[in-house]
Design a protein around this ligand. Structure first.
Ligand code: FMN
Length: 357
């Protein structure tokens, strides 16, 4: 491990065991309905296709091994950047708000404490108050994602206030424009949002006094627009699977997004990441780093900040071990050449990389 943190023996290591413990904790806390809302077994908008697809695609891609090497576990380069800030792991805590307050005492403070220990970024979603996000920002590199509110002045005010409160970046989850359907057909927050066109977003960006994030970019066309708007960070995300049903997986659109964005903005990926090897696949296909949502919640449920650290260290350990087995010393060296298809879906995806490169 890269610092003195040791996994407390009380935490299970296997993901399935952790998940079982999390289920039990949710039920003990009296929130059995949450079990399907943000676990990995089921959920997401309408048919659940988007939710399932993200996982299927991670499973459709293999990793090429290179066992004859002289790499050392602790000398691997696994740092990255988030919104221009150096981070020690390519993994940051995804912005979240609803459904998180019940998991532990002061969940946002716990996320920030964990992020500070790990030297990664901590996200917070919307609605969120200044006391909470500025408290996070006093502890860790914090970014805030605001819902595209119907009143533009309000949206701009919230973005500006994020920086005044100490955040290192702020942005908009543009995929929220139709409201959210976390599970099934019920729409939430539809009255809190509206779509914004490119010109309006350009004008808004000009008023933002720092790094600007657009979250929920899922096409080359939107990615091109995002660069033109002036986004510093593009988050390729299906918002867990709460937005558009029958969306392709983030990994499926990543090669075309990387092809048009190049190095003009950071590319961050989320939705469905549960393993260190998933992170390798995302980075090999063009991501600079990833965000972790539900596993962060699982960590909070396990044991607040220590639980989050446990989840991230577990991902780090899987990442490092796979890099050794793949003969890759730095995340910067990863490319589609380190991947291979495991089925037709993987074949199509990796075939796309050959076309765009
Ligand atoms: C309970 C919960 C609340 C969320 N709230 C927000 C939010 O307020 N704003 C936002 O941009 N994304 C929100 N998200 C989405 C996350 O930022 C992220 O895109 C997603 O969780 C990543 O997928 P994963 O959970 O599979 O890691 C939320 C996700 C969950 C599970």
């Amino acid at each position: 491990m890269s610092d003195s943190y040791e996994n407390p023996i009380s935490f299970p290591v296997n993901l399935e065991d952790i998940e079982a413990l999390v289920y039990q904790r949710i039920i003990d806390l009296g929130h059995p309905e949450r079990k399907d809302g943000w676990t990995h077994r089921q959920g997401g908008v309408e048919t659940g296709s988007t939710w399932r697809r993200a996982q299927e695609i991670y499973r459709s891609i293999g990793l090429r091994s290179r066992m004859i090497n002289s790499l050392e576990y602790n000398s691997l380069h696994i740092g990255s950047m988030f919104a221009g800030q150096a981070i020690s792991l390519p993994i940051s805590a995804a912005p979240m708000v609803s459904g998180i307050n019940f998991v532990c005492e002061k969940p946002f403070e716990q996320i920030a404490r964990a992020a500070a220990r790990l030297n990664v970024a901590a996200g917070i979603g919307y609605p969120s108050g200044v006391t909470v996000y500025s408290g996070m920002a006093s502890l860790a590199k914090t970014f805030r994602i605001i819902k595209p509110a119907p009143q533009r002045e309000r949206l701009v005010k919230e973005l500006k206030e994020s920086f005044a409160g100490g955040c290192c970046a702020a942005g908009i989850d543009i995929d929220s424009i139709g409201g959210m359907k976390p599970v099934g057909d019920e729409v939430r927050f539809a009255e809190l949002v509206r779509p914004y066109g490119k010109d309006e977003l350009k004008d808004i960006r000009k008023e933002v006094p720092g790094k600007f994030i657009l979250k929920g970019v899922m096409s080359a066309k939107d990615a091109l627009d995002a660069v033109e708007i002036g986004a510093d960070v593009i988050v390729v995300s299906t918002h867990v699977g709460y937005c558009l049903d029958y969306s392709p997986a983030p990994l499926e659109v990543l090669p075309e997004i990387k092809a048009v964005v190049g190095n003009k903005a950071e590319i961050v990926v989320d939705s469905g990441i549960t393993r260190g090897t998933d992170i390798i696949k995302a980075i090999a296909l063009g991501a600079d780093s990833v965000l972790i949502g539900r596993l962060t919640l699982w960590g909070l449920l396990l044991d607040g900040a220590d639980g989050v650290i446990h989840m991230f260290r577990r991902l780090e350990a899987e990442l490092r071990r796979a890099m050794i087995l793949m003969g890759v010393s730095s995340l910067k060296d990863l490319s589609p050449r380190n991947l291979c298809p495991l089925d037709e879906k993987g074949e199509r995806l990796l075939g796309k990389c050959e076309q765009v490169n």
